[in-house]
Design a protein around this ligand. Structure first.
Ligand code: ADP
Length: 495
């Protein structure tokens, strides 16, 4: 009907507001390159570029048994990882919910609870370490701690503030590795906390161990609840890394590199180059941190559902849900409740190729409080989803392209390729190892076409950014599973 066509046209127009043009992706890459350099040399920038004191990435031949613990939000996870030295590993784990009362008590209460869980785990799974009484053979432990810390050494970091419902005042400003080690020691456990681990760095390490190549992984990237990345940078480019003092700021410089945790969620908080729509602006205004994490707010799982909700509300002024008599909308339901639409909804809708949009209609009923939506309504919503999801994936290309260029990883690839071609003398050249990127998170894993759209954006910038011709083909992307487990173990190993 004419009404349906009008609605679809409007939906496509809103979807088109999310189009992220090749020229804008290219501008994004240029700005990312600039902010990368700035963050590496100056303190206090939004995109922090944090030195992690990790100065090597694994190549898959590493061996041994390591412990890893993960204090994220709701659970405390303890695991041991046996690295087999052939890019494979065996993982044993135990998970305990953190009692709510401990989240707002004293640091002693929390950390002695954590140490107790480690004791249980080691007794259950590594009893052998208790038989050699007095032996100096300690198990090395990597501590994944997903709260803001100021890291000053591989195994030393001062807590800046709590997030995610934790509030333990006396821990602020303290070294969290020290707090954990003290409680481990008071239980007499043969365990050493050797590394404080950011989950992004864990992703990079896990992928580097498991990746098929020998050269190691360049970048680990997370597209989950939030988005962030860690990559291998030359020490000579990290201008702000200096003044080593006893126990702080020390690192092994023999590899000439260090992993940098970029905190790219804060890329372009100044909004010079990021795309912006009324739906983004409304989300930002209603967020707990307006003006912050502006890249993350356009890319990651915590936000895409809310962008969609804003766009759906806008489309309701243009006939959405008004075509069928009897369409029923819960006015106090999810569509009118900020932050109530889960990003998995976008994946479900994007993947709905049923002729009557059955999956989308079911989802509208189940998760959005809309019953009896028409096929026209569902089609219109899919047009919005398409725009939002594709923009997220294309934005993800910005830090990936910039990292490959800034580190000269792509220059090296081109040189190796030219060399291989010269050697082949017109025959088939030997294959050159691609630039390896490890990714993790539900958005990159489950949003249909995420990598395809990301790669389209990489190709789009090839003619627009200096030195980027042929870049897309040089990049290999692989899922990196379990950064906070095997990744943390690998950091404990290189410590
Ligand atoms: P985390 O980043 O917290 O470690 P995940 O990688 O699972 O965990 O990311 C969770 C985020 O991913 C949530 O914001 C959620 O809305 C979103 N999400 C969950 N399932 C999907 C899906 N199928 N498609 C897209 N996003 C999803």
């Amino acid at each position: 009907t004419a009404q349906e066509e009008g609605l679809l046209a409007k939906a496509r127009a809103i979807g088109a507001e999310f189009v992220y043009e090749p020229e804008d992706v290219a501008k994004g890459v240029q700005e990312y390159l600039r902010l990368m350099d700035e963050g590496l040399t100056k303190h206090g920038r939004a995109m922090t570029m944090i030195p992690t004191y990790v100065t090597a990435v694994p190549n898959g031949t590493e061996k041994g048994v390591y412990l890893a613990v993960d204090l994220g939000g709701t659970n405390f996870r303890v695991c041991s990882i046996q690295l087999h030295g052939d890019s494979k590993f065996t993982l044993t784990q135990a998970k305990t919910p953190i009692p709510k009362s401990l989240m707002t008590g004293t640091s002693k209460e929390l950390f002695s609870f954590l140490a107790k869980q480690i004791e249980n785990f080691v007794k259950n799974h590594h009893a052998d370490h208790f038989t050699a009484q007095g032996s100096t053979e300690h198990l090395k432990l990597g501590f994944t701690f997903s709260f803001p810390v100021e890291q000053v050494a591989l195994n030393k970091g001062y807590l800046i503030r709590w997030t995610k419902g934790f509030d333990i005042q006396d821990a602020i400003g303290k070294d969290v590795c020290g707090l954990l080690q003290a409680e481990i020691d008071s239980l007499g456990l043969p365990v050493r906390v050797v590394a404080l681990v950011n989950d992004t760095v864990g992703t990079l390490m896990a992928r580097s161990y498991a990746s098929p190549g020998k050269a190691g992984t360049l970048l680990g990237a997370i597209f989950g609840t939030g988005t962030n990345g860690a990559y291998v940078e030359k020490l000579s480019r990290i201008g702000k890394l200096h003044n080593k003092t006893e126990g702080e700021g020390e690192y092994d410089s023999s590899s000439g590199v260090m992993v940098i945790n970029t905190e790219w969620g804060a890329f372009d908080n100044a909004m010079k180059v990021l795309p912006d729509t009324p739906y983004d602006r409304s989300l930002d205004k209603n967020s707990v941190n307006p003006g912050m994490q502006m890249f993350e707010k356009r890319v990651s799982g915590m936000f895409l559902g809310e962008i969609l909700r804003n766009a759906i509300v806008a489309l309701m002024k243009h006939g959405l849900f008004k075509m069928a008599h009897g369409t029923n909308i819960d006015e106090n339901g999810p569509l009118f409740t900020p932050w109530s639409i889960d990003t998995s909804a976008l994946s479900t809708i994007q993947a709905d190729y049923t002729s009557e949009y059955t999956l989308t209609k079911q989802l509208l009923e189940r998760e959005m409080g809309v019953s009896a939506a028409t096929t026209g309504d569902a089609m219109a919503i899919k047009a919005l989803v398409y725009g939002i999801g594709k923009r997220s994936a294309r934005l993800a290309a910005v830090p990936i392209a910039a990292t490959a260029l800034a580190t000269k990883a792509y220059d090296k690839y081109k040189e190796a390729k030219a060399e291989a071609e010269a050697k082949a003398k017109g025959g088939t050249p030997e294959e050159v190892e691609k630039i390896d990127i490890g990714v993790d998170g539900s958005v990159v894993e489950y949003y249909p076409g995420f990598e395809r759209y990301l790669r389209e954006a990489l190709r789009d910038i090839q003619p627009l950014v200096e030195g980027a011709a042929g870049l897309e083909d040089a990049i290999r992307i692989g899922i990196a599973k379990d950064g906070s487990g095997v990744g943390a173990a690998l950091i404990a190993l290189v410590a």
